[in-house]
Design a protein around this ligand. Structure first.
Ligand code: HEC
Length: 140
């Protein structure tokens, strides 16, 4: 499937879901997850989102990352995976969007590309932190 078609298929339901989901009592991470990740990974993170069956690579079950990675598993591992910018595409995740880029573009479009001394965009970092916290909370 064309990348643009995939993106469209992802974004359309997200906009619809977004307008239905009651944001009350939800953490920032959960809201981001429902908006950006659930289409592939499913609302509960097990990989059964509505777009999953259209992908060549199946989305991973995000509730078993700790089981799988053991001691190597922490928030930074999750953040790197979600960010996607440091991973060579050829080894990695062809059908998982590069969210670091997406958050950076969003932040730029709001005129908020603040970089700290290490060149890390704070908006991007904040979104990655929220998401990592949420994915950590999903671990079985
Ligand atoms: C277009 C579908 C899609 C969307 C949307 C998506 N992912 Fe993924 N994701 C995948 C696929 C497919 C894989 C497995 C890639 C692989 O095995 O190479 C994956 C892998 C991952 C992994 C690595 C799992 C592992 O075992 O190493 C994490 C963490 C992850 N996704 C988190 C997220 C988060 C958080 C979001 C939302 C910000 C998200 N994904 C949105 C498709 C998606």
């Amino acid at each position: 499937m064309q990348r643009k078609t995939v993106l469209f298929l992802i974004l359309l339901p997200l906009i619809l879901i977004n307008s239905c989901v009651n944001a009350k009592n939800k953490t920032s991470g959960e809201i981001l997850f429902i908006n950006l990740c659930a289409s592939c990974h499913g609302v509960t993170g097990i990989g059964n989102g509505p777009v999953a069956s259209q992908l060549n690579t199946k989305p991973k079950d995000l509730t078993k990352l700790k089981q799988k990675m053991g001691d190597a598993f922490d928030a930074n591992v999750i953040k790197d995976r979600i960010d996607g910018r440091t991973m060579p595409r050829a080894h990695g995740i062809p059908e998982m969007p590069v969210w670091g880029e997406w958050f950076a573009i969003q932040s730029m479009s709001k005129g908020r590309l603040q970089e700290d001394r290490d060149g890390i965009n704070k908006d991007v970092e904040k979104n990655l932190d929220h998401l990592a916290k949420y994915v950590l909370s999903l671990q079985k």
